[in-house]
Design a protein around this ligand. Structure first.
Ligand code: AMP
Length: 292
């Protein structure tokens, strides 16, 4: 339980692609709070944190101004707004890329082919930085939405827009030709929060310990399998686990049970290697939290 009146203010997207996952990650840290869809702010019941529900493109500015102490936002928005904030965690979700797309008939080989053309985008700062770096002179039309229709209505020759699957581009007769920025959701904080408010920094540190445990757990699977005891020596080379695998004898002589963790990305390679040394009856489960 907490006694201090200080609360860490976190800005999350009120409605949109980031909204649910931003709230989910905080809830998975054991922090309970009401639904943010009908309110502008609320407080957690069991942790000193207060939520502000905002438009995601306003979040970097509110964090910079100190209205919010921290925020969850797409790296694309944080980069576009150019406010000097601290990036404290990459949260991995809401993966997307900021890409150049042109009509299917446009003969495109490289970014230099956009020289002298007009490009529509909601991300003029990121686009300008990219064009300047390559010495390309092109016109930038800033529009706030439905960027993909700009070539069809004769506004521009190309667009620079966020893409996750690419299906919107295809249905508008466009081809994705260059990726200029890759984004995921990030947690940002007001610059030097710890110096300005050590109390709030302490709350943030407690939150980060929980978040790191949850995020680490998402990257791993817990596996249990049976193995002929003669082959146990080879196990720790294939699946070292956190320190070393747990090995317990089975009732059936000559067999052992092995418990360990494996990175999700390595799972199928590990599975094949373990099968080769005689592993059987593998059980695989998700891990809720994981600490070092
Ligand atoms: P929205 O809720 O549509 O305003 O999108 C919020 C954020 O979700 C964007 O700023 C991106 O960081 C992220 N995002 C992920 N995929 C996409 C996508 N295909 N189009 C737009 N935004 C995306």
């Amino acid at each position: 339980m907490f006694t201090s009146k200080t609360r860490l203010r976190i800005a999350v997207q009120k409605k949109g692609r980031l909204s649910e996952k931003s709230q989910d990650i905080i809830r998975s840290c054991g922090i309970e709070f009401g639904n943010g869809s009908r309110v502008l702010k609320n407080e957690a019941y069991n942790f000193p944190i207060e939520f502000l529900y905002l438009r995601d493109d306003d979040i970097p500015g509110y964090v910079y101004d100190g209205i919010a102490d921290i925020g969850i936002v797409g790296r694309n928005e944080a980069a576009e707004k150019q406010f000097d904030v601290d990036y404290i965690r990459d949260l991995g979700f809401s993966k997307c890329r900021l890409s150049i797309a042109v009509p299917n008939s446009f003969p495109y080989n490289s970014l230099e082919d956009l020289q002298g053309h007009e490009i529509a985008t909601s991300y003029p700062n990121i686009l300008r930085a990219c064009l300047d770096e390559r010495g390309i002179k092109a016109g930038i039309h800033e529009i706030s939405g439905s960027v993909e229709i700009a070539p069809a209505i004769g506004l521009t020759d190309a667009i620079c827009d966020l893409v996750s699957t690419g299906s919107t581009l295809i249905s508008n007769g466009l081809k994705e030709v260059d990726v200029i920025f890759r984004s995921t959701a990030v947690m940002i904080a007001q610059k030097d929060l710890g110096k300005k408010d050590p109390e709030k920094q302490k709350i943030l540190d407690r939150l980060l310990v929980r978040m790191d445990a949850v995020m680490k757990a998402r990257d791993y699977k817990y596996i249990v399998f049976n193995l002929p005891t003669d082959h146990i020596d080879q196990v720790s080379k294939i699946v070292p686990g956190m320190k070393s695998p747990t090995v317990t004898p089975l009732y059936e002589k000559g067999w052992s049970s092995v418990q360990t963790v494996v990175k999700e990305d390595d799972f199928w390679d590990v599975f094949e290697a373990l099968k080769k040394i005689g592993a059987q009856g593998m059980l695989v489960t998700a891990i809720e939290k994981m600490t070092i």
